[in-house]
Design a binder for this molecule. Structure first.
Ligand SMILES: Cc1cc2nc3c(=O)[nH]c(=O)nc-3n(C[C@H](O)[C@H](O)[C@H](O)COP(=O)(O)OP(=O)(O)OC[C@H]3O[C@@H](n4cnc5c(N)ncnc54)[C@H](O)[C@@H]3O)c2cc1C
Length: 402
């Protein structure tokens, strides 16, 4: 059995950030990744300015293979049923359009940690002064012993299930699917990520250019017909925006743990096991998750280092240190913060004020109708209620965190 200071599960961006902090502090760190590296990761790859800064400061400039075409993104364009479109540029200029297969591989290698790919985490036992980790490599069981474990294994985290078996039943889940199309004609600017606030299309509808093709994606709930929802969006794009696409050549999808950051109910782990990144619930509005994965990952690594230096329980350190990232992520969903401050990295208030008063009224009406759509979901009432309540009651109660 291999004995190390820290085992990290997952070899994505949160893991790379955690590993960087641990390795820099001299801790022996192993990263387990179930897939063969470099591995595919479903993602639009639109990096926020904060995520970009983190990568530059911690890992250096991105290599060319870590980028898709177009290699950068200016910001996000919101489209509304009233046919008002609002392009919003990122603060500080364009950001890289990441090719996750290669950007994540580059970051994990730059972290300096030892990486065991094709090694799937399957369970753990926290024995107080160490954790036994069970995994399978090429189908064969392997065991590790670590002082701490960091679960950076994304939305369907098995590390969370190992410590809280009922957790998956206690949060809202939704699915996303995207199809890749060759383009006949596409008036949507390739410089922006496009997002539709349209109740007739669904709660999460997007499109953007990648490597000469157009991606059209939709969010849906269990039991929905992805193909029909997607077809509906393609027809809408043609009719309303003049987008003409060939039939899709590829598609993919996955389940998402949507909602923990919206309702302020994160999961940070137990005992010597920390949870970070999207597994912990970090996901910004409109599904931007890389910046908060990087920052929360780094904080989990720092918490391990601090706990050792101060001889304090690692959970105590992590929960104290992660509070800033919780506030930042949860604020993105706060309607009052959106209206009067700038929790997002593209300037929504400025883009709204740039519209004439009639269009502004249309956008606000369309947004209201869109929010009401959430009430149709099982979790809608809770999510909607929490989003509306938070600015009134304030605070980020620790009791809501697991
Ligand atoms: C369609 C789509 C589009 C998106 N677009 C954007 C975007 O444009 N911008 C943005 O910022 N975010 C986007 N996101 C969100 C973003 O991809 C995630 O929030 C982010 O990747 C989370 O990083 P993470 O490190 O927490 O986990 P993940 O990136 O989910 O990585 C988890 C890793 O753990 C590994 N793993 C899982 N289980 C095990 C196991 N049992 N054993 C070993 N390894 C395991 C996985 O293989 C994976 O490598 C998008 C997501 C989707 C689904």
């Amino acid at each position: 059995m291999r004995s190390v200071d820290v085992v990290i599960v997952g070899a994505s961006l949160s893991a790379a950030a955690a590993a960087k902090r641990l390795v820099d502090a001299g801790l022996e760190t192993i990263v387990l990744e179930r897939k063969e590296l470099p591995r595919h990761k479903i993602c639009s790859g639109i990096l926020s300015p904060r995520g970009h800064r983190f990568l530059l400061e911690n890992f250096g400039p991105l290599p060319p293979e870590a980028l898709h075409q177009p290699t950068s993104c200016r910001g996000v364009t919101f489209h509304f049923p009233s046919m008002v479109s609002m392009p919003m540029d990122f603060f500080g200029g364009s950001t890289p359009h990441l090719h996750r297969k290669y950007s994540d591989y580059w970051a994990i290698k730059r972290s300096g940690a030892e990486v065991h790919d094709r090694t799937s985490f399957s369970g753990l036992e926290d024995r107080g002064d160490h954790v036994l980790v069970n995994a399978r490599k090429n189908g064969e069981p392997v065991e590790y012993r670590a002082r701490q474990v960091i679960g950076a294994d994304g939305p369907s985290s098995l590390v969370i299930r190992a410590i809280y078996p009922d957790y998956p039943q206690s949060i809202p889940w939704f699915f996303v699917g995207q199809k890749f199309h060759d383009i006949i004609a596409c008036p949507l600017s390739p410089d922006y990520f496009h997002f539709w606030f349209h109740p007739g299309l669904g709660h999460y509808t997007w499109s953007h250019a990648r490597d000469g093709r157009q991606i059209v994606g939709v969010g849906f709930k269990r039991g929905d017909n992805f193909a029909k929802k997607h077809e509906n969006v393609v027809n809408y794009l043609e009719e309303k925006h003049g987008v003409r696409l060939h039939p899709h050549t590829e598609d993919e999808g996955c389940g998402e743990n949507f909602g923990p950051s919206l309702i302020n109910r994160y999961v940070f782990g137990k005992g010597n096991v920390l949870i970070t990144g999207q597994a912990a619930g970090f996901l910004n509005m409109i599904g931007e998750g890389m910046s908060c994965a990087l920052h929360s990952g780094a904080i989990s690594g720092e918490a391990v280092v601090e706990a050792r230096l101060r001889n304090r329980p690692v959970q105590e350190m992590y929960r104290r240190m992660i509070a800033s990232e919780v506030r930042r992520t949860t604020d993105q969903w706060n309607p009052l913060k959106i209206a009067f401050e700038r929790p997002h990295e593209a300037d929504f208030p400025a883009a709204l004020m740039a519209l004439g008063w009639r269009d502004r009224a249309r956008v606000l009406r369309d947004l209201w109708r869109f929010i009401v759509l959430y009430k149709e979901f099982k979790w809608g009432r809770q999510i909607f209620g929490a989003a509306m309540q938070r600015p009134l009651i304030g605070g980020y109660s620790m009791q809501r965190w697991l």
